[in-house]
Ligand binder design. Structure first.
Ligand code: AMP
Ligand code: MG
Length: 501
C-alpha cells in the first residue's frame, strides 16, 4: 500500500536537511526520484544507527519511514540524487560508473548538542539511475542482509565503516543467477565520496571540477589540510597524505580481525577511509593468508593477504587523479609513502593488543607475531576461535583448549613458551581483560549470514535481528549463543559468494 499524503515521514524535531553534496552542482550528480520497491516490509533495523540520525523506535516501526526507506519519496524535504564517479575495476580502467542503484536522500544535520555530526542517508537498491549501465538498479535480499549486518558488525569491532539503518524487503522478483527478491538498504555515513569520484574528473580533464571536489572534501571533512603546516602548505598533497594514513589504519584493522573485502576496486574506496560496499566479503574461518573470498576474482587480485598492497595501489590511483592539483609528482609520492609505515605500525599495534602485550615493543622477540601467523596458516587454525581461546587461556583456562587447535602441537608449544615469557612481563589480569575486549567472540561468518538469509527468504526475520544483537556487542559472552561462535559447519566451505548482488 502506498502511503497517503498524510503518511509523510517527518524529520526528527530540530533536525534539518543540510545537503552539502548537492551544492557541488549538476556536474556531480543527477537529481531523480527513487523507484520504490512495492509492498515493502521491514527485514532488519539498527536502533544504534537510527539514533545517529535522531530517529527513535517509533520511526523504525512506522509505516511512513518504512515507505520512505523503501524509496516511496514521502520523506519531508528530501531531494534525492545519484552521483557520478568512475574507477579502476580489477586493475583496469573501467570508465564512468556512478550510483547505478544507489540514491543519496540527503544529508541530515542535527540540532546543537547532538552526539553525531551531519550524516548522509543513501538508499541502495532503489532503482535505475542514469548510471545503471546494464544493471537493473536493484539489490537482492541476500546481499542486502549481508551489507546491513556487516556494516553494523564492523562498527562494533571498532573498524571505520559506513553504517546501515535498515534493510527493507519486497516480493519484487530480481534476476541474478536465479530468481531472487529485491531489498533496499539505507546506509548512513558522513560522505559516500569515493576515490572514483576524483578519478572521474581527472580522467575527463575537468580540472576545475576536480578542484571543486577536492576543496569540498577538504573543507567539510579534512579541515586540517588547509593549515600552513600541512604537507608543504599544499592542501591537495595534505589530503592525499591524510587519506593514505586513514586507509592504512583501516586496512590494518581488516587484516588483524581477518576481514576480506573482496572487491577493492577504486570505486569501492571511501575518501574518508571507511569500509564501504559490502559485497562478497568474508571473515576468515581457517587462517588461509591467500584466501580469495570473491568467487568472481579468478586471479586472486583481492586475496586476503594482498589487501594492504591493493589499498596502496588504489591510493596511487587517487594520487594520479590529484596530481593536476598537487602539481608536483615528488610531493604526491611523498604524500603516499607514509602509508607503508603507518600500515605496519598499526598492524603491529593491533596484533600486540590481540596478544595482550600492548605496552611491550617485542624487541626481545621481534618474530613472535610473524611466527604465530605462519603457525596458524600451516595448521589452518580457525582465526577467530584461536584468538578468543587464547584470551580465555590468559584468563586462566587450560592451555590445551588452544593447543588442540593445532595439528603440529610441538610447534605450538615452542611458540607458547616464547609468548609466556613476554606475558610474564605484564599483568596477566590486565592482559586478559584487554584481550577479551579486542578478540571478538562473534564475527559475521558466511554460514551465519546464510542461515539468516535462508530464514528471511521464508519471511522469518528474527534470525537477522538475533545475529545483529550478537554482532553489535561481539566481545560480550552472550550465554546460550555458543553455536554462533562455533566452528563453521562443513557446508560453509561450499558457499560461493560472487560479485552478483
Ligand atoms: P559494485 O560492484 O557493487 O561496487 O558496483 C560497481 C558499479 O556497478 C557501480 O557503479 C554500481 O552502481 C553498478 N551496479 C552494480 N550492480 C548494479 C545493478 N544491479 N544495477 C545498476 N547498477 C549496478
Ligand atoms: Mg561499488
Amino acid at each position: 500500500m502506498l502511503p497517503s499524503s498524510t503518511d509523510r515521514a517527518q524529520l526528527p524535531p530540530d533536525w534539518r536537511w543540510a545537503n552539502r553534496f548537492a551544492t557541488l552542482g549538476p556536474d556531480f550528480y543527477t537529481e531523480l526520484a527513487a523507484q520504490a520497491v512495492p509492498q515493502p516490509y521491514w527485514v532488519g533495523t539498527s536502533r544504534a544507527t537510527a539514533r545517529l540520525v535522531g530517529l527513535g523506535d517509533e520511526a523504525l516501526g512506522s509505516n511512513a519511514w518504512l515507505h520512505a526507506l523503501a524509496g516511496h519519496g514521502n520523506l519531508e524535504g528530501a531531494r534525492p540524487l545519484a552521483s557520478v564517479y568512475s574507477g579502476h575495476q580489477f586493475g583496469v580502467w573501467a570508465g564512468q560508473l556512478g550510483d547505478g542503484r544507489a540514491l543519496l536522500l540527503g544529508e541530515l544535520s542535527p540540532p546543537a548538542g547532538h552526539h553525531s555530526g551531519s550524516l548522509e542517508i543513501q538508499l541502495k537498491g532503489s532503482g535505475l539511475t542514469p548510471y545503471s549501465r546494464m544493471g537493473d538498479g536493484r539489490a537482492v535480499l541476500r546481499s542486502s542482509i549481508r551489507e546491513f549486518l556487516c556494516s553494523e558488525a564492523m562498527h562494533a569491532l571498532g573498524i571505520p565503516t559506513t553504517r546501515a539503518l535498515s534493510v527493507i524487503g519486497s516480493d519484487l522478483p530480481v534476476y541474478r543467477e536465479e530468481a531472487e527478491t529485491a531489498a533496499v538498504v539505507a546506509r548512513v555515513a558522513p560522505s559516500f565520496i569515493r576515490f572514483g569520484h576524483f578519478e572521474h574528473f581527472a580522467f575527463s580533464k575537468q580540472i576545475d571540477l576536480l578542484r571543486q571536489l577536492a576543496d569540498y572534501v577538504i573543507d567539510h571533512h579534512y579541515a586540517d589540510c588547509r593549515g600552513a603546516s600541512a604537507f608543504a602548505g599544499n592542501p591537495y598533497a595534505a589530503l592525499l597524505h591524510a587519506v593514505a594514513l586513514r586507509t592504512a589504519r583501516m586496512v590494518a584493522q581488516w587484516q588483524s580481525v581477518g576481514f576480506c573485502h573482496g572487491v577493492m576496486n577504486t570505486d569501492n574506496m571511501s575518501i574518508l577511509g571507511l569500509t564501504i560496499d559490502y559485497g562478497p566479503f568474508q571473515f576468515l574461518d581457517a587462517f588461509v593468508p591467500g584466501h580469495i573470498c570473491n568467487h568472481s576474482d579468478n586471479s586472486g587480485r583481492y586475496a586476503f593477504n594482498r589487501q594492504p598492497q591493493v589499498a596502496y595501489w588504489n591510493l596511487f590511483c587517487l594520487g594520479q587523479a590529484l596530481l593536476p592539483l598537487i602539481e608536483d609528482q615528488d610531493l604526491a609520492v611523498a604524500a603516499l609513502e607514509p602509508y607503508k609505515q603507518e600500515f605496519s605500525d598499526c598492524f603491529a599495534q593491533q596484533m600486540r593488543a590481540k596478544l595482550g602485550l600492548t605496552g611491550l615493543t617485542l624487541e626481545s622477540d621481534p618474530a613472535l607475531i610473524d611466527d604465530l601467523l605462519q603457525l596458524l596458516a600451516r595448521n589452518r587454525v580457525d582465526y577467530t576461535i584461536f584468538w578468543r581461546r587464547l584470551s580465555y587461556m590468559v584468563s586462566g583456562a587450560d592451555p590445551a583448549t588452544v593447543r588442540d587447535l593445532f595439528l603440529d602441537r610441538s610447534a605450538f608449544d615452542a611458540w607458547l613458551l616464547r609468548y609466556s615469557e613476554l606475558l610474564g612481563l605484564v599483568s596477566k589480569e590486565l592482559a586478559a581483560n584487554s584481550m577479551l575486549k579486542c578478540n571478538p567472540k562473534f564475527v559475521l561468518r558466511n554460514h551465519l549470514a546464510e542461515n539468516a538469509i535462508a530464514a528471511a527468504r521464508k519471511k522469518d526475520f528474527s534470525a537477522v535481528q538475533t545475529l545483529l544483537t550478537l554482532l553489535e556487542s561481539p566481545f560480550d559472552e552472550h550465554p546460550g549463543m555458543e553455536d554462533f561462535a562455533d566452528f563453521p559447519p562443513a557446508w560453509a566451505a561450499d558457499i560461493a559468494i560472487s560479485c552478483s548482488s
